[in-house]
Design a protein around this ligand. Structure first.
Ligand code: CTP
Length: 410
């Protein structure tokens, strides 16, 4: 049997093309992927060949385009050959029909069989008319696929087939290539090769099966830190009490660990800290918890007496067990005597950098998309970063972190 095992060291992409008019743009996508040094194997559904000929794809691709499960001269099992060797499967355009078949796990042509026969990441680039895109069935199928880890590059709004205008236009080939580069090759930046552990959100301390003690932290600053760290090249672990959704370009380089209480966050952070080059505690951790009741406290039983007990300080435990060269960042949420309290906190916690929030100021801290912070370093030098987005604040913090790492802070 002739062997179809690939011998190229270029990243391998299966380019799936379903039957929609945007298939003509996939020819350009293919050419751009070849220019970017990918090994591209096109797979066209039978309907795709009604829009663009397989010969066109074959002429540009790294190997001939395939259109069928049967009759392949190189292998009797093209779906497993393609699926097992792919670094990424891109489906562009992904039609409503293809999305439905993939969500159902059907394998009635070579493309759907390849999707099933693969553990590679999958990027769908949907293209369809607005009415189809907005159908609950289509959106539910996409939600199902997203839950399973499939990446979806949402269509843009613009001119559609027949001259209609609306949402459903496949993203342009250059945008798709950019996304593919992020997924396959990742970002390179000052945090490349570094493992960064970030905590986010307010902890929830159970009082009984229904009620919790919590705080107003939204987790947005922690999520922004995670996304920016990933874009600077880091491998990020985010220990979070909230789920906010991550940008498509970094979702694969961020591991999210979901926790609820201060005790759960303590275990999740402390157990991972020694494998991390950087630990950033941006979570608002409860200082006190309660012994929870196993059944719901009833109103008729009178006013409950809650006895608060202190939680362990995660940051202090991380600092106590710090490893050589590790950079540790703490946050301080203050409302009064900000400077004095922040200095006291810096000394007490022993961190390399303290990010101080005056949460009483307008546009700052909890629930806002913006923040203004003072960065306080180990030498007690303070620098104010004026009001800006939480992403821009994150960039300031992480740039400091990257420079501390190169100085070998200990
Ligand atoms: N922190 C922690 N574990 C706790 C409490 C806080 O790791 N049990 C961390 C926070 O994530 C933050 C820093 O310590 O990075 C400071 O948190 P903050 O609430 O501002 O200070 P506290 O130490 O709790 O002191 P206070 O509430 O009295 O200001």
């Amino acid at each position: 049997m002739p062997s179809a095992t690939p011998n190229s060291s270029s990243p391998r992409i299966v380019l799936g093309v379903a039957g929609g008019i945007a298939a003509y743009k996939s020819v350009d996508l293919l050419r751009r992927l070849r220019d970017a040094n990918y090994f591209v194997s096109p797979v066209l559904t039978p309907d795709a060949t009604r829009f663009v000929g397989a010969v066109t794809f074959s002429a540009l691709a790294s190997e001939p385009a395939r259109t069928s499960l049967y009759g392949d001269p190189t292998t009797p099992i093209p779906h497993t050959y393609l699926g097992q060797h792919a670094d990424l499967i891109v489906v562009a355009p992904a039609t409503a029909h293809l999305i439905a078949r993939f969500a159902m796990g059907l394998a009635d042509d070579l493309l759907t069989a390849t999707l099933l026969a693969s553990r590679a990441p999958v990027l769908l680039c949907p293209a369809m008319h607005t009415e189809m895109w907005e159908q609950p069935s289509v959106q539910e199928n996409l939600a199902t696929l997203r839950r399973r880890g499939v990446l979806v590059l949402e269509p843009s709004s613009g001119v559609l087939a027949g001259g209609d205008v609306g949402t459903g236009r496949m993203r342009e080939p250059d945008e798709i290539v950019e996304m593919i580069e992020r997924i396959v090759r990742g970002y390179r930046g000052p945090l490349t090769g570094r493992r960064v552990l970030i905590s986010a959100g307010g902890t929830r301390e159970p009082i009984d099966p229904v009620r919790v003690l919590s705080n107003r932290s939204s987790g947005r600053q922690g999520y922004a830190l995670a996304e920016v760290a990933a874009r600077l090249g880091a491998k990020v672990t985010l220990v979070s009490t909230v789920e906010l959704g991550l940008a498509l370009d970094v979702v694969r380089s961020i591991e999210v660990v979901k926790v609820q209480s201060a005790a759960e966050m303590h275990d999740a952070v402390v157990s991972r800290a020694s494998q991390s080059d950087v630990v950033i505690m941006s979570a608002a951790v409860a200082d006190f918890t309660v012994e929870p009741s196993s059944s719901k406290l009833k109103k008729d039983a009178g006013i409950p007496q809650l006895t608060l007990v202190p939680t362990a300080d995660i940051l202090i435990d991380v600092v106590r067990n710090r490893s050589e060269g590790q950079v540790i960042v703490g946050f301080a949420a203050e409302t009064d005597d900000v400077k004095t309290n922040a200095l006291e906190k810096l000394r007490r916690k022993g961190v390399d950098l303290l990010v101080v929030n005056d949460v009483a100021a307008p546009g700052v801290g909890f629930e806002h998309p913006t923040n203004e912070v003072t960065l306080l370093d180990r030498d007690e030098v303070a620098e104010t970063v004026s009001l800006r987005s939480k992403e821009a604040i994150s960039l300031e913090i992480l740039t400091r972190v990257a420079s501390l790492l190169t100085q070998g802070a200990s």
